[in-house]
Design a protein around this ligand. Structure first.
Ligand code: ADP
Ligand code: ZN
Length: 210
């Protein structure tokens, strides 16, 4: 099974991807993580990506599509994959349909009013775990691995405003794109916990696959 995870920044795609990886054994591919690794490593891709990411804009399609296409040619994805952060516009979705098969699109729908606080209060660990300051009680290290937590460079109010705008104008139209293909599974989160959201996703996926 190959899945696209759709949702605004801060909707919880990364958190749900980690759960889904555990339950279904799907390989998690996050374009944001790939870009951040490239920025950290000082690669040519990282140098290009940084200016766009800091501005809350999309990294150019040529760069992004090439990265995903190459990643999907690796052997491990044959067992099934989950794309987190790709596609992010119509062109990327059309390209993806050229080089891979998508079975379902899981759309994680969250009230936009919640997103700014969620993202600006987010603290992450290099192991992939993600927390919100409101539940950390002053703790500065990761519960899962003990390493120090940090704030992503693009998790500040200015950049988040631009990212939400980019999502609304460029990414949200993909909801209709996948609905038209009969592949859309939307989960309305309300104020459900990550575990509750995961249960809703599993139910939708299991019914869809019957
Ligand atoms: P979030 O979903 O919280 O905004 P991500 O880690 O998915 O965070 O992405 C961070 C940034 O990386 C985006 O704001 C964008 O600049 C860039 N990026 C990630 N995926 C793509 C993509 N598919 N196309 C273009 N840019 C991307
Ligand atoms: Zn950790």
């Amino acid at each position: 099974m190959n899945i696209v995870l759709l949702g605004a920044p801060g909707a919880g795609k990364g958190t749900q991807a980690a759960f889904l990886e555990g339950k279904y054994g799907l390989v998690h591919i996050s374009t944001g993580d790939i870009f951040r690794a490239n920025i950290k490593g000082g690669t040519p891709i990282g140098k290009v990506a940084k200016s766009y990411i800091d501005a809350g804009k999309l990294v150019p399609d040529e760069v992004t599509c090439e990265i995903v296409k190459n990643r999907l040619e690796e052997d491990d994805v044959k067992a099934g994959f989950m794309l987190d952060g790709f596609p992010r516009n119509l062109f990327q979705a059309q390209q993806l349909d050229e080089f891979a098969r998508v079975d379902a699109c899981v759309n994680i729908s969250v009230d936009t009013a919640l997103l700014m606080d969620r993202i600006c209060g987010r603290r992450v660990c290099s192991c992939g775990a993600s927390y919100h300051i409101s539940t950390l009680g002053g703790k500065t290290t990761c519960d899962k691995c003990g390493r120090p937590l940090y704030q992503r460079a693009d998790d500040n109010p200015e950049t988040v405003g631009a990212r939400l705008e980019t999502y609304n104008t460029q990414t949200a139209p993909l909801i209709d794109y996948y609905a038209a293909q009969g592949k859309l599974l939307t989960v309305e989160c309300g104020n459900a916990s990550p575990e509750e959201v995961f249960a809703m996703i599993c139910e939708k996926l299991d019914n869809f696959n019957k």
